[in-house]
Design a protein around this ligand. Structure first.
Ligand code: HAM
Length: 396
């Protein structure tokens, strides 16, 4: 019996894999213009890194991580996102002592044990950007506009930028108290079971529940922005002002609290109107206390990640690039000559492959027709003797 792949994990052939390459190359080109450099971090980290950064009470840590002991009994986890590992690497490398501001991007697979559906995988891929070392709202606005530039360079439209401010460790507890007070007054039984639990563990998440019952209850809940302290408010106003200055449209979304605990101040998401329920193509925000909470210096940061599967869904069916030639040969001698010709053509910059088999003419031509190449090159004994080749246009 053959062995199947794991549910929620995908193999990727062209044109899907070509699309991923295009997404990554576009990211490298756009992010490079903003001074971002590429960092690659391991897929496996100590479990504690994710518990401490993403937060014990989040869905990701509670129910979605691939966690297991290694052979020495240490608890390891396949990364569910990139930010935590990037912070660990940033602290461990001492980068903070060498440059005041670091702009790092990373791409690769992430792992979350979620229920697979269109746009949601257990192994999925992110393009992730982090700007470390700046308190300035210009850093937030720069990241948002870089993200939108990247999405536009991929040719994507029908996107909405949603933005909110979560406040800081000074003002958010006041909001949380007001929200709890509000939730105390509502009918708990009308909340979904997840939210009934969240009221105790993570009340902010009740705000972004998608269940109609919960949404109706939170329609009149207090709004984060109204509880922002003057510094947080000024920070957020500057971010919005800079986006306005660039003519970038956004929607203020008071429900946008994000599913990971490390955020403060600016948070944002980009959602697509064309890919169904899993519509968030990118999300991010500021996380000023994160580096310190992981044992590093008190360095602020802001970042985002895009889901590559969702970008690919928006880009639609790609076409595999047609190669220039498909070479077939009729007998042993012409096969040798054909093989040498194929090498020369590639040296000259053309793309193509040769059929090595000893099949009959009809069968070889059938395979050529299926190859998707632009031209079929045919060499038989006559061509081999004359040093020539028959070129058949497969497109016409
Ligand atoms: P996130 O919102 O959890 O943020 O994920 C970012 C993006 O990854 C989502 O908007 C979505 O496109 C994609 N994504 C998440 N889960 C899945 C899945 N199961 N299948 C397919 N795509 C998925 C973060 O991960 C933060 N680390 C972003 C960040 C970076 N914040 C600051 N820096």
């Amino acid at each position: 019996m053959s062995i199947a792949r794991i549910k929620g994990f995908a193999d990727m052939f062209p044109p899907d894999s070509d699309q991923f390459t295009r997404i990554e190359n576009t990211a490298r080109s756009v992010f490079g213009r903003y001074g971002f450099v590429e960092l690659r971090t391991p897929l496996l980290e100590f479990t504690e890194l994710f518990c401490r950064s993403i937060g014990e009470e989040t869905d990701v840590v509670q129910k979605e991580m691939y966690t297991f002991p290694d052979r020495k009994g240490r608890s390891l986890t396949l990364r569910p996102e990139a930010t935590a590992g990037v912070m660990r690497a940033y602290i461990e490398s001492g980068l903070t002592n060498r440059e005041p501001v670091s702009r790092l991007f990373t791409t690769g697979p992430m792992f979350r044990y979620e229920r697979p559906q269109k746009g949601r995988m257990r192994q999925f891929h992110q393009i992730n950007c982090e700007c470390l070392g700046s308190h300035s709202p210009m850093a937030d606005a720069e990241l948002v506009s870089m993200l939108l530039r990247f999405l536009s360079d991929l040719g994507l439209t029908d996107l909405t930028l949603k933005i909110n401010s979560l406040g800081c460790s000074e003002c958010r507890p006041k909001f949380k108290a007001a929200l709890l007070e509000y939730l105390k007054g509502v009918d708990r039984d009308a909340l979904c079971p997840d939210c009934a639990r969240r009221v105790e563990t993570n009340p902010l998440r009740v705000l972004d529940c998608k269940q109609p019952g919960c949404r109706a209850i939170t329609d009149n809940a207090p709004k984060l922005i109204d509880y922002n302290c003057p510094d947080c408010r000024a920070h957020f106003d500057t971010v919005l002002h800079l986006l306005d200055g660039q003519g970038l449209a956004y929607e203020l979304d008071h429900r946008l609290v994000r599913g990971l605990d490390y955020y403060c101040r600016t948070t944002f998401e980009v959602v697509s109107g064309s890919i169904g329920a899993q519509a968030a193509v990118a999300g991010g925000g500021r996380y000023d206390g994160l580096v310190k909470s992981l044992g590093g210096p008190d360095v602020p940061g802001v970042g985002f990640a895009c889901g590559m599967e969702r970008l690919a869904l928006m880009m639609g069916e790609g076409n595999a690039a047609a190669s220039d030639f498909y070479l077939v040969a009729m007998d042993a001698q012409s096969r040798t000559q054909g093989w040498l010709l194929a090498q020369n053509l590639r040296d000259a910059g053309l793309t193509g492959e040769m059929n090595f088999s000893e099949g009959g003419f009809k069968s070889l031509m059938r395979q050529a027709g299926k190859s998707g190449a632009k031209h079929c090159l045919i060499i038989g004994p006559d061509e081999a003797a004359q040093g020539s080749v028959v070129v058949k246009n497969l497109e016409s």
